[in-house]
Design a protein around this ligand. Structure first.
Ligand code: UTP
Length: 498
């Protein structure tokens, strides 16, 4: 595209500022900027900027309250690990393992986010939270897949595969690919790892003007984890799933260190109920916890944010004392491939955008690069869970937070959802598994750590214990290795030492 044509297009969209530094740019920089502008269609760009500005103004006004229109997920569509009968849970697990053993289940990782709150320059999956093994989130996940394939294969006498689809973005694709290659795909078969890229959208300032990140670069951001549905089409991922005979997908976020990928209990529950769309949920920790709640609004399933209900509704209780709106969304979803086909095919355009107000680095009028200390930009995102509304048979499945949910969102300066809390959650879990498996931990003086020293309220587990996911997916089979063993802390159980 010629510079004049670019200027006309940009003017048509009301975004002349993007060429503000044109005269100062080198030939290479001009080419780079033109390359970016070529991808922005003027009509769509103008609409995007206007939508962002309007959403930002709406955001500043009083949030719409949904209290009078809500009702909780009906009991018959809500499964629970806590309340399920042991026989029932076992049957769901067997159903899930059976589907996995027949190569019908895949996992899909949402890994296109920028991880701005954590503040690292590389993809979050490459983060090491400081476990004794030094494993990264990607490695932990890879090992869970390998172990699950083994469990399902052994139970049903097959050799099976759980393909790993990984949605990345412009920020995360190259480093993720390189990281996997450098680590030999953590021993997952490379042809079973399918990485693809989501789209990007320009970040916009509060006046509806696209932000320049550098003199020659537009500030772009991934289009949210709900960008998944467009990305599935762009990259022909559903065709890949169908070619492999996949029927069911477990979608999850990169940052939950306890994620049970393709959890057979959850998959089995959803399949048994004939669901096309399902969500794992955890009980809210306290009424005002700022998590989205899965419920019905005007009879249609959706996730309601804490800001959309009054404190009174958040505190409402059932006769047994539990919170009425208790189903905290943990971004852990089940979809049939058929459902994804329906969404990606025709329904996706009707998903609304959410506005995220963020600090977006920019170049000021004088051409200086500025890292703002206050939010200055609007990013428009779609959310993966906004498709619940399209489900013909939606189910929710409640799991135990301590066993399944501990997200890494913030740097260690924050109180919650940090590398430290993620590490502690995993080490506590492995400590519990080891004790359940019959191990005893001894302290530096060879004294057994007594039961009463194990106060679940304390932050660190009484002993440091890490168990490779290659050995145990969910705490199973550990008596074989640990029964009546005296272990001193730190203890690491790795497959190569068995
Ligand atoms: P978050 O909403 O926590 O965003 O993503 P984030 O990018 O990880 O972190 P912040 O908000 O910048 O600090 C939840 C999940 O959705 C994925 C993330 O990678 C994470 O697994 N995600 C988010 C995408 O895949 N694409 C996006 O555009 C945004």
């Amino acid at each position: 595209m010629e510079p004049e044509a670019a200027r006309r297009r940009i003017e048509e969209a009301g975004q002349e500022q993007l060429l503000r530094f044109w005269d100062e740019l080198s030939a290479g920089q001009r080419e780079a900027l033109l390359g970016e502008l070529r991808l922005l269609e003027p009509g769509e760009l103008a609409e995007h900027c206007q939508r962002a500005r309007e959403a930002y103004i709406r955001e500043g006004s009083c949030p719409q309250r949904l209290d009078d229109r809500m009702c909780p997920v009906p009991a018959e569509f809500l499964g629970s690990v806590r309340r399920g009968q042991p026989g029932e849970l076992r049957a769901w697990e067997e159903e899930g393992l059976c589907q996995i053993s027949q190569n019908k289940v895949a996992v899909l990782l949402l890994a296109g986010g920028q991880g701005t709150r954590l503040g690292v320059t590389y993809p979050k999956g490459m983060y090491n939270v400081g476990l004794p093994s030094g494993k990264t989130l990607y490695q932990i996940q890879a090992e869970r897949i390998i172990r699950l394939q083994q469990l399902a294969g052994e139970k049903y006498g097959t050799k099976c595969t759980v393909p790993w689809y990984i949605m990345t973005s412009e920020f995360t694709l190259d480093p993720t690919q390189k990281f996997f290659e450098e680590h030999n795909f953590f021993n997952v078969e490379p042809s079973d790892v399918v990485m693809f890229e989501q789209r990007m959208l320009p970040a916009v300032d509060f006046n509806g003007k696209v932000i320049l990140e550098r003199k020659d670069k537009v500030a772009m951001a991934p289009d949210g984890n709900g960008g998944l549905y467009k990305a599935l089409v762009d990259n022909r991922i559903l065709e890949d799933m169908e070619a492999r005979g996949i029927l069911y997908i477990h979608v999850y976020c990169v940052d939950n260190i306890l994620v049970k990928m393709a959890d057979p209990v959850f998959v089995g529950f959803c399949v048994s109920k004939g669901a096309d769309c399902g969500a794992k949920v955890v009980e809210k920790a306290y009424p005002a916890e700022p998590v989205g709640v899965v419920c019905k609004v005007d009879g249609i399933y959706q996730v309601v944010e804490y800001s959309e209900i009054t404190a009174e509704t958040a505190e409402k209780r059932n006769p047994d004392g539990s919170l009425t709106y208790n189903a905290g969304n943990i971004c852990n979803h089940f979809f049939t491939v058929e459902f994804l086909r329906r969404v990606a095919g025709t329904l996706e355009p009707s998903l609304g955008y959410h506005v995220a107000i963020k600090k977006v680095p920019y170049v000021d009028e004088e051409g200086n690069l500025v890292k703002p200390s206050q939010p200055n930009g609007i990013k428009m995102e779609k959310f993966v869970f906004d498709v619940f509304q399209f489900a013909k048979n939606f189910v929710a499945f409640e799991v135990i937070r301590e066993e399944e949910f501990s997200p890494l969102k913030n740097a260690d300066t924050a109180e919650k959802d940090t590398p430290t809390t993620a590490r502690r959650s995993l080490l506590w879990q492995h400590y519990r598994w080891a004790v359940r498996g019959g191990a005893k931990f001894i302290d530096a003086n060879s004294h057994v750590i007594e039961e009463d020293a194990r106060n679940p309220e304390r932050e660190d587990a009484p002993a440091v214990c890490e168990i490779s996911s290659l050995i145990s997916y969910a705490g199973e089979g550990l008596d074989l290795h640990l029964k009546n063993k005296e272990l001193s802390s730190p203890f690491i159980l790795e497959s190569h030492v068995l």
